[in-house]
Write a new protein. Structure first.
Length: 74
C-alpha cells in the first residue's frame, strides 16, 4: 500500500468516513491494534493496488489499524 498526502483532512474525512457517527478531528481515539492514543486528525490514508483508500492509524504502516479499530481513548 502507498501513503497518500491529504491536504484538506477535514474534507477528506467528511467525504470518506465509512460510519454514520463521525468523530471530530480533535477527538482522541485509541487504536485496538497498537494501543496508541491519538487525535483523529492525525490519521493517514493509504491506497492499495486496486485503488481502494483506507483511513489508517497514525502509526501506519507499522500498525495496520483502520477506523474500524478506533475506540474512545477514555
Amino acid at each position: 500500500m502507498k501513503e497518500i498526502a491529504i491536504t484538506d483532512k477535514q474534507k477528506y474525512f467528511d467525504d470518506h468516513f465509512p460510519f454514520e457517527e463521525k468523530p471530530e478531528l480533535f477527538d482522541k481515539k485509541r487504536c485496538l491494534h497498537c494501543d496508541n492514543v491519538f487525535y483523529v486528525g492525525d490519521f493517514k490514508v493509504f491506497k492499495n493496488k486496486s485503488g481502494d483508500e483506507f483511513i489508517c492509524c497514525p502509526n501506519a504502516p507499522e500498525c495496520d489499524g483502520t477506523v474500524i479499530d478506533w475506540f474512545p481513548a477514555d
